[in-house]
Design a protein around this ligand. Structure first.
Ligand code: WQD
Length: 340
């Protein structure tokens, strides 16, 4: 059934964005993507359109460009916005904090102002578990203390605070804040996947590039953490489960207005060595590794209590780590150089 109005996905040509576009098309939505293509790919959009079985309207632009946003809303009757556009590398944020605040915070503010001017008051915001910082207790629920330890996490928390103040002042806004844990995986078709430009910051794309022969070995950042095998533990979430979470959030937004905040994670933690073993089993490839010093800013362990997302959105993660690794390998083996 065709829903009325366009769903605008900022950053929709990126890794999470393209998978989310597939899920939106499958749910019968009309999809409009606004993306600067700094990290995204029009090839990913073309493939997402084919997989989702529908057209995706695309406008290239930057969320910091208010005039471009005003023109976008003037041209398309938008019913809701999924705001995924942003920069998200922790290490890079430490080196370039002003860039992170400009893109993530000023960019979000510019989008909110353009939405308000256009009378669009429904938003799903891509936040992150990094707003919690080092957890006091595990699993992490939405009432856990907020204390980001890097500019990336602080930029996400600043936007969350903007949204909380906005919804308090203008209760007709309908807002969902989604705190992603560790998105990994790829569409099971092998057509869509993560294609980081340059050296991957994150574990899973690095492991898959070692397995496909693009890199000689994995450096494991620390094996002296207080975890079962000494390596860092995270809550890895299949990107298709994450995409489904966005569709579920859109449906669950209270018609009368209001703000909801949920963790999107599996509720299970896996160590770096767990991921390497699962990937070797899924790919049949050996992943050579060496132990290296801890990475500054890393925490030992982090995984979600996802029960609130199940209560409020009727959403839960379906895929386990083996499925995540199988899907990443199918994507990487079929696209050894990504979309290029
Ligand atoms: C996972 C584990 C590393 C690379 C990041 C950011 C943010 C967020 C999720 C969106 C850690 C270890 C990694 C490597 C390694 N995304 N590691 N060798 O840091 O938990 O979170 O991704 O919000 O981008 O917060 O993810 O994949 O970088 O690290 O040993 O080459 O793998 O130490 O224990 P992280 P990650």
């Amino acid at each position: 059934m065709q829903n009325s109005g366009w769903i605008l996905v900022t950053g929709g040509a990126g890794y999470i964005g393209a998978h989310t576009c597939v899920a939106l098309l499958e749910a019968g939505h009309q999809v409009l993507v606004f993306d600067s293509l700094v990290n995204g790919s029009t090839e990913a959009l073309a493939r997402a359109s084919a997989l989702g079985g529908g057209e995706i309207a695309f406008v290239q632009g930057d969320v910091r460009d208010r005039a471009a946003l005003d023109a976008l809303f003037a041209r398309y009757p938008v019913s809701a916005v999924l705001h995924l556009a942003g920069v998200k590398a922790v290490g890079e944020s430490v080196r370039q904090p002003l860039h992170y605040y400009e893109v993530n915070v000023s960019g979000s503010l510019s989008l909110l102002q353009a939405m308000d001017a256009a009378g669009v008051h429904t938003l799903v915001f891509s936040s992150s578990a990094t707003v919690y910082g080092a957890p006091v207790r595990l699993p992490i629920d939405e009432q856990a203390a907020l204390g980001p330890s890097n500019p990336y996490g602080r930029s996400k928390l600043m936007v969350e605070d903007q949204l909380r103040d906005l919804c308090a002042a203008q209760p007709h806004w309908r807002v969902a804040i989604l705190r992603y844990f560790n998105p990994v995986g790829a569409h099971p078709s092998g057509q869509l996947g993560e294609d980081p430009h340059g050296t991957p910051d994150n574990l899973m794309p690095f492991v898959s590039q070692v397995a496909v022969g693009r890199r000689p070995e994995l450096a494991v950042f620390g094996n002296d953490y207080p975890t079962p095998d000494g390596t860092g533990v995270r809550d890895y979430l299949h990107v298709c489960d994450l995409a489904a979470g966005h569709v579920a959030a859109l449906k669950a937004l209270p018609a009368q207005g209001g703000l909801l905040t949920v963790n999107l994670g599996t509720g299970r933690g896996h160590s770096v060595l767990d991921v390497v073993r699962a990937f070797e089993a899924a790919s049949g490839q050996t992943v050579p590794l060496r132990f290296a010093p801890r990475r500054p800013g890393d925490i030992a362990a982090c995984w979600a209590d996802p029960s609130r997302a199940e209560q409020l959105l009727g959403w839960r993660a379906e895929c386990d780590l083996d499925a995540m690794c199988r899907d990443v390998w199918r994507w990487q083996r079929g696209n050894p150089q990504g979309y290029r």
